[in-house]
Each structure stands twice: as C-alpha cells, then as structure tokens.
Design a binder for this molecule. Structure first.
Ligand SMILES: Nc1ncnc2c1ncn2[C@@H]1O[C@H](COP(=O)(O)OP(=O)(O)O)[C@@H](O)[C@H]1O
Ligand SMILES: [Mg+2]
Length: 472
C-alpha cells in the first residue's frame, strides 16, 4: 500500500505527541510522588520528634499513663496507625493502634531511639535521631546521651496513595486531552498544509496529461499561496508557449505544403510536356499531305502510346494529390492478387523474361477497398518488374502473423542500397528516367488508410521485398 503524504504526516505527528506527552506525564508523576513522599516523611519525623521530646521524662519514670495519653494524642492524627513505646530494655510499655490491618506497602514505620539529652541540646532540630523504616537496618548516629527507650510509629500511606492516584489520574487525563488536541491539530495542519501540496501535485500531473486549462484557486497569503500563484502563472505561460509553438508549426506546415505544391506543379508540367511534345510532333507529321500511309500509322500509334502515358501520369498525380477515402468491403485479398497478376503486363522494354510466382496462404477475408489495394499491388509489381534487368522472378506471398495479414512482393532485381531504403517512399523520389517517384508514396498512403504498414527489406540473392501488413 502506498501511503500519502498527509497520512504519513498525521501518523508521525500523533506518534510524537503521544510519546512526548507520555514521557512528560511519567516524569511529572515521578516528581510529584517524590515531593509528596518527602513532605510525608518530614511531617512524620516532626510528629515523632515531638512525641520523643515529651516522652523523655515519663520514659525515665516508666510512667505508662502519661506515655499512653501521649500516644493517644498522636493517634488522633489521621495517618498515624500505630504507636509503640519501649523502654531501654525493649519491653513494650505502650502499644496503641487503630486496629486496622495494613499491607506492608501501605505503611511507613519510623523508629526513634530516645536518649537522655542534656538540657542545652533540647529543641535543636539538627540532631534529630530518627530514621525511616526503609533504612531501619542502619545504625542511627550515636547521640551523646544514654538510651532510655524507643518510639515506634507506623504511619498509614493510604492518604498519600489516594492523593497520588488522584494526581496521577489528572496528569494522565490532561496528557490525554493534550494528545487529542495535538492530534486534531495534526489533522488540521495536514489538511491545510499538505492538501494544497497534493492539489498542486494533482494539477501538475493533470497538465502533464494534457489538461492545459487546469488552474488552482489562490486562497492563502502564505508561501503556499505564493507557490499556487506561481503554478498558475507557469501553467498560463505554458499554454501561451504551446499556442505559439502550434502557430509556428502550422506556419511551417503551410510553407512546406506550399513548397510541395510548387514541386508537384513543376513535376506535372515537366511530365506532361514530353508526351504533349511527341503528340504535337506526330500531329504535325499527320497534317502533312505527303506523309505515307505507313508513317501515318506509326504516328497514330505514337499518339495512342503517349495518350496512354498521359492517362497513367494523370491517374498517378490524382491518386497522390487527392486520395479518395477507402470504400471498404470484406474481400479475399488472394483474389485481388490473382486478378492483378493476370492483368499485369510486363512493362516495356518487353524483351524481359519474368516469371510471377504466387505463394498464397490461407487468409481470412478483410475489410478492403478492392480498387485501391489493386492499385497498390500493381505499383509494387511494376516496380519489381522495372528492377529486373533482363530476366528474373517475382514472388507474391500471403500469410497471417498474429492479428496481421501480410502480403510480400519480392523480386530478384537490382535491389535497393540500405542508404536509399528510407527514401523510396518519399514523393518524387525516383531513379527511373520516366518515373514520377509517386508510385510508392501512393502505396504507402493506401496502406495507411487501411490501418496497415509497409516495409522494405532485402530479398536473398540481391533483390527487394516489400511487405504490406494489414489488420485482420
Ligand atoms: N522493387 C524495387 N527494386 C529496386 N528499386 C525499387 C523497387 N521499387 C522501388 N524502387 C526504387 O524506388 C524508387 C521510387 O519508386 P516509385 O515511388 O514507384 O517511383 P517510380 O517508380 O516512379 O520511380 C524507384 O525509382 C526505384 O529507385
Ligand atoms: Mg513506380
């Protein structure tokens, strides 16, 4: 699956937002917990210290009543769970509790050894000789005085745990809200930032596909707006350039057409001049009184020959200048070939010995203009015969290759040099003294009007093969 730019952007941004808000929440929870626990320990320590100061004398006297009321006082504090006061021999003098069973992790135990302190040191906070249950095994710093007992207070952490949970919940809740806002922001940005870029990409490819009219709406003042603006400018200038190019191309084509028409007219004039000259000369001789009957007959034959030639020339010029659209009907091309080979007369000089071989394969009838295809084949056969100097063979072959019907006309004539193969289909290209150079260009036009192609190649033994391929 190919991921679009905005999907990628949204996913990456959401991932970053979630990651950052999670890290922040964890750090915040950790720091709050640390601060709360510190506060809790400080409070516990000062409560125990207070009790120790008040308990010094009753401990010395082992006055359990006073010690009990001191312990009861302390137990009034909400988070004090249990108070134990022991004498210096570790005999429990007071053991008061709220009677609730707590898990180890829910409680905090402070053990405070009470020393008999000189009067001068009393009230000094710095020498607090207590330690938390976590480091119970550590020996407390030995005070100067004599040990007179120990106070053990168990604090409940329940309150702090509830507070901590509440804070934790709030932190994660706000983190969640921040994440949702961030995600919405990412989606919004993706739509306002990436959507225009995507539209730009679509418009670019649309122009590349040829939709020149494609334009984008400029609705922003920022860099994207400027980019869209430049895009529209570029599209407009592209269209302008394209129109200019088309205009100059049309002009060029027009000029080329004019040049071709000029060439064509000159060719016609030149080609018509010769037979007309011969006809005029013959008519002059015929008009003379003293011309013998035999010469008159020869002149008439000249005139008939030249009229035939004029006819052929005009036919070729017309076929080239204004080819009629093909009138297609389903035809068996083999039958056309049979007809053209039968009617084909080897052109002058007739002393040539040429054999025509037909190798006609099984081909389906296809949509053809019979007359035009006949004309095309006749032109190919005429050229083949002209290429043979004294004697040779012409082969006409038909077969099917995939969805193409092929007609190949080969000869054992002089052949066409490779350098000239590209030129033979050009109008007016000829190497024949009396040629017009239009025969092959007419063939090509006819074949192309039938949706086909024509190729020229060497025939083994020095001759040439013209292959027409027509769609079946
Ligand atoms: N079968 C062929 N063998 C050799 N050369 C050929 C053959 N067919 C065509 N040509 C070359 O191509 C040129 C152009 O042929 P074409 O267009 O029929 O004009 P034209 O026959 O009037 O010269 C010919 O003058 C000849 O040089
Ligand atoms: Mg020809």
């Amino acid at each position: 699956m190919k991921w679009g730019l905005n999907i990628k952007f949204i996913f990456i941004t959401i991932f970053i937002i979630i990651f950052i808000s999670l890290i922040f929440s964890i750090i915040l929870v950790y720091q709050t917990r640390k601060a709360l626990l510190y506060e809790f320990a400080q409070r516990g320590q000062s409560l125990v210290k207070n009790l120790a100061l008040n308990a010094e004398l009753p401990l010395l006297l082992e006055n359990t009543d006073t010690l009990t009321s001191l312990a009861q006082n302390l137990l009034r504090e909400k988070d004090v769970q249990q108070v134990r006061i022991l004498n210096e021999r570790n005999t429990v003098l007071v053991n008061l509790g709220k009677g609730r069973k707590l898990w180890a992790w829910q409680q905090e135990k402070i053990v405070y050894p009470v020393y008999l302190t000189p009067e001068a040191q009393k009230g000094s906070i710095d020498d607090m000789n207590l330690y938390l249950s976590d480091n119970r095994n550590e020996t407390p710093a030995q005070n100067q005085g004599q040990l007179i007992g120990t106070i053990e207070v168990i604090f409940s952490r329940e309150g702090i745990i509830v507070t901590l949970n509440r804070i934790r919940w709030w932190i994660f809740f706000s983190g969640g809200i921040a994440t949702i806002i961030g995600c919405l922001g990412a989606v919004y940005f993706s739509y306002t930032l990436i959507r225009p870029i995507q539209r730009l990409a679509q418009a670019t490819s649309s122009i590349a596909r040829g939709n020149w009219e494609e334009r984008l709406e400029v609705s922003r003042e920022d860099e994207l707006g400027a980019l869209t603006d430049s895009f529209n400018l570029m599209a407009a200038s592209l269209i302008k350039k394209k129109q200019e190019l088309e205009a100059s191309y049309r002009e060029l084509a027009q000029r080329e057409r004019m040049a071709e028409i000029g060439k064509f007219s000159m060719m016609i004039a030149h080609e018509l001049k010769n037979p007309i000259g011969i006809i005029k000369g013959s008519v002059d001789i015929l008009a003379k009184q003293d011309t013998s009957k035999q010469i008159k007959q020869t002149m008439i034959e000249y005139i008939q020959g030249e009229i035939k030639r004029l006819n052929r020339l005009i036919d070729e010029f017309l076929a080239f200048a204004k080819p009629l659209p093909p009138q297609k009907i389903p035809v068996d091309i083999n039958q056309i070939i049979e007809k053209v080979c039968t009617h084909f007369m080897i052109p002058e000089p007739a002393q040539k010995k040429i054999a025509i071989h037909r190798q006609l394969g099984q081909v389906p009838p296809i949509m053809l203009d019979e007359h035009q295809i006949y004309q095309a084949l006749l032109n190919l056969l005429t050229n083949a015969a002209q290429a043979i100097e004294k004697q040779g063979d012409i082969y006409v072959k038909t077969d099917c290759a995939g969805s193409w019907l092929r007609v190949a006309v080969s000869d054992t004539g002089v052949g066409i040099p490779d350098a000239k193969k590209g030129k033979v289909f050009d109008p007016f290209y000829t190497t024949h003294a009396k040629g017009t150079g239009l025969g092959l260009s007419i063939v090509k036009k006819i074949v192309e009007h039938h949706g086909g192609q024509i190729n020229v190649s060497d025939f083994p033994g020095g001759g040439t093969t013209f292959t027409i391929s027509l769609p079946i």
